[in-house]
Design a protein around this ligand. Sequence first.
Ligand code: SAM
Length: 272
Amino acid sequence: MAPALPPLGDVIRRYGLEARRKLGQNFLLDLNLTGRIVRAAGDLEGVNVIEVGPGPGGLTRALLDTGATKVTAIEKDERCIAALDELAAAYPGRFEIIRGDALEINVEALTPPPRQIVANLPYNIATPLLLRWLKRINNIDRLTLMFQKEVGDRLTAAPGSKAYGRLSVVTQWLCEARHDFNVSNTAFTPPPKVASSVVTLFPRPEPLALASWPALEAVTAAAFGQRRKMLRASLRKLGLNPAALGIDPTARAEDLDVEEFCVLARAYAEIC
Ligand code: SAM
């Protein structure tokens, strides 16, 4: 049975956790919503969960109420640590708090597999955090993450859509991306300016097609950097001729699927 815990509002007042914008603090106090995020993460029985930014611990509580073996949470704000220590005492041996910057920590150093990341991310560093995890994706079994909606849309965007861009290509190259649900800004304390969405990423056993990260980064940067230009123009500076690779030279970046970007990346790796 879940231990009796004080309401989150009391925790925030008692430990003086007024939200700080520079730490991307928008707290979730609604237990229905934290439960919904955890359900989107799937069956956590036997899983080592890593949470980034537990804050006052709302989502953490919902994670601890699953069959997860352990929840390891990385928090940068020292003010939250005392509040979280109280939660750790309520779940002996199942909750560990790591003080530090998630941008400098390798999750594989924290817990053994199977590992899942579940987090309501600080939006100011959500994209760099995701890129860090994607670069070491073999270490992670699944990620269920709250982003600002505009970023969440990019992760799941299909070719031809406005949101499709560099982040869509690199994410979908390595993972299947599923949009779970949107969350109104009024669900947070304090409310952020924008709506949010929860996305689950399922790492692929192998990348969708052969390519190296730096080459894929280079071709997507060149193509999407001049989004409105035809590929024959935007890729010229990389020395690539799309037509010679079977790719329509009059297409634009948003028309190409991930495999086609990988064709370009392989060709670029050969000449650079
Ligand atoms: N999980 C809590 C919730 O849902 O109510 C808080 C989420 S809040 C959007 C983001 C959290 O990330 C804050 O607790 C903030 O202090 C923490 N944070 C911000 N930057 C961080 C960093 N670089 N490393 C670890 N935690 C960070």
